[in-house]
Write a protein that binds this ligand. Structure first.
Ligand SMILES: *Cc1c(COP(=O)(O)O)cnc(C)c1O
Length: 378
C-alpha cells in the first residue's frame, strides 16, 4: 500500500534529542526552542516567533491576545480544518463563514466586507494548500475597518505572496508542525507576531499567565502571576526534533515541489479533456507543495476514484466537511452569505499522496489515477 502520508525524517532528529537528554534541560524555552524561534524569525521575517505545542494552541493564543468575548465575531472560511474556528469558539466568539474562491480555494476576499458587522473583531484567513490568500485586498479591508488579521498558515511554511513569506503579513499568524505538514515534530506549531504590541503579552499567556520569560532574561528579579494564560510551550525534546527538520526545510520543499510538478504535468492532458481540474497557483505566489489535489466531476466520481485507487494500493483522501454544515459549526457559527463554492468543492476534491520519499512509487500513483479517470463513467 502506498500511504497517503509518510513522515520524513531528515537524519539528525535523534541526535538532537539525545543532546537535550544529556543537557538535562527538558522543559520548554531551552536552547533548541531558541534555535527554532530564531530560524522562524529569520525565514518568515516575523517580528517574533514563539514555538507552541500545536497550531491549534497558537490560534488559541491569538484569540486570547485579541481579548475576544462572547458574541464577538470572527470572519473566516468554512473550507478549513476545525481548529481555525474552535480557537475562537472557546472564547465564546462566533465564526462567521464566507465562501471561497473557485481558483485557489482560499477565502473569497470580495465577500469579506459584506460580512463585517459591529460585532466583528477579527478576520482569520487560511492559506489553503500553502498558497497565499489575496492579502493586499484583505489587509486593505481590515485596515479600513480597524480589524486585526490572523493568518492560519498551518500549511504555508516557506510559501510567499508577492514575495512576502506567508505568516509575515497579518498581525498574527499560526504555523503547524503536525506530522501531516511539510516540516514536522509530531505535534507542534508556532505563533508569529508581526505587531510589536502583542509580543510581551503573548509571552505571558504562553507561560501560564506569568512574567517568567522576562525573569529568565534577567529583566526582573522574581516572576509572578500577572494575567490569564495557559501552558502553550513545547518541551525541548520536541524542539530538538523540530530543529533537525528546520535545517532541511528548503530541501524538503524542493523535493515536494518536484513531486508536485510531476503530478501537475501528468494530469495536464486530462484537464484539457475536461476530465479533471488541477490546482491553480496565481502568478504572484510561490508555494511549498504542501498538497496535490484534483477536482473531479462530482461526488459519485470522487467516491469511485478513491475506491479504484485503494484497490490498486494507493491511499487517496478527501477533505473538508465544510464547517458551516458540521454539527458544531451549525451550533456555534453562522454563514454570512451562500456557500456554493465551498459546498461544491468539498464534494469533488481528492488529495493524492505527497511525501518526501514517494519518488520511486509516484509513477504507480499517476498510472493508477490516470486509468481510474478514464474508467470513471464519462
Ligand atoms: C493542520 C491544520 C491546523 C491544526 O494544526 P495542529 O498543529 O494539528 O494544531 C489548523 N489549521 C489548518 C488549516 C491546518 O491545516
Amino acid at each position: 500500500m502506498i500511504p497517503f502520508n509518510k513522515p520524513y525524517m531528515t537524519g539528525r532528529e535523534l541526535h538532537y534529542i539525545s543532546q537535550a537528554h544529556a543537557s538535562g534541560h527538558l522543559s520548554g524555552d531551552g536552547p533548541f526552542t531558541k534555535r527554532c524561534n530564531a530560524w522562524l524569525e529569520q525565514r518568515t521575517g516575523a517580528n517574533k516567533a514563539l514555538l507552541t505545542h500545536s497550531c491549534t494552541a497558537a490560534l488559541e493564543m491569538a484569540a486570547l491576545l485579541l481579548d475576544l468575548a462572547p458574541g464577538d465575531e470572527v470572519i473566516m472560511p468554512s473550507f478549513t480544518f476545525v481548529s481555525t474556528a474552535n480557537a475562537f469558539v472557546l472564547r465564546g466568539a462566533v465564526p462567521v463563514f464566507v465562501d471561497i474562491r473557485a481558483d485557489t480555494l482560499n477565502i473569497d476576499e470580495t465577500l469579506i466586507e459584506a460580512a463585517i458587522t459591529p460585532r466583528t473583531k477579527a478576520i482569520c484567513v487560511v492559506h489553503y494548500a500553502g498558497v497565499g490568500c489575496e492579502m493586499d485586498a484583505i489587509m486593505d479591508i481590515a485596515a479600513r475597518h480597524d480589524l486585526p488579521v490572523i493568518e492560519d498558515a498551518a500549511q504555508g511554511i516557506l510559501s510567499t505572496y508577492k514575495r512576502k513569506p506567508l505568516g509575515s503579513i497579518g498581525q498574527l499568524a499560526a504555523l503547524s508542525f503536525h506530522e501531516t505538514k511539510n516540516v514536522i515534530s509530531g505535534e507542534g506549531g508556532a505563533l508569529l507576531l508581526n505587531d510589536e504590541r502583542f509580543v510581551e503579552r503573548a509571552e505571558i499567556l504562553r507561560e501560564k499567565g506569568t512574567n517568567r520569560s522576562k525573569f529568565f532574561r534577567g529583566q526582573i528579579d522574581k516572576y509572578t502571576w500577572v494575567d490569564v494564560g495557559s501552558s502553550y510551550l513545547p518541551s525541548e525534546i520536541l524542539a530538538a526534533f523540530l530543529a533537525a527538520q528546520l535545517e532541511h526545510a528548503d530541501e524538503i520543499t524542493e523535493r515536494r515541489l518536484a513531486l508536485w510538478n510531476t503530478y501537475h504535468a501528468a494530469f495536464a492532458d486530462l484537464e484539457a479533456q475536461g476530465r479533471v481540474r488541477r490546482p491553480i497557483i496565481p502568478a504572484h505566489s510561490t508555494h511549498n507543495a504542501h498538497m496535490y489535489y484534483l477536482l473531479l466531476r462530482d461526488l459519485a466520481a470522487r467516491t469511485d476514484f478513491i475506491a479504484r485507487l485503494r484497490e490498486a494500493g494507493v491511499g487517496a483522501v478527501f477533505h473538508y466537511i465544510p464547517l458551516h454544515s458540521s454539527p458544531a459549526g451549525r451550533k456555534y457559527g453562522r454563514t454570512a452569505s451562500p456557500m456554493p463554492v465551498t459546498d461544491d468543492v468539498s464534494e469533488r476534491l481528492v488529495r493524492l499522496p505527497l511525501w518526501v520519499g514517494l519518488e520511486d512509487q509516484q509513477r504507480h500513483v499517476i498510472d493508477t489515477a490516470r486509468q481510474a479517470l478514464h474508467e470513471i463513467r464519462a
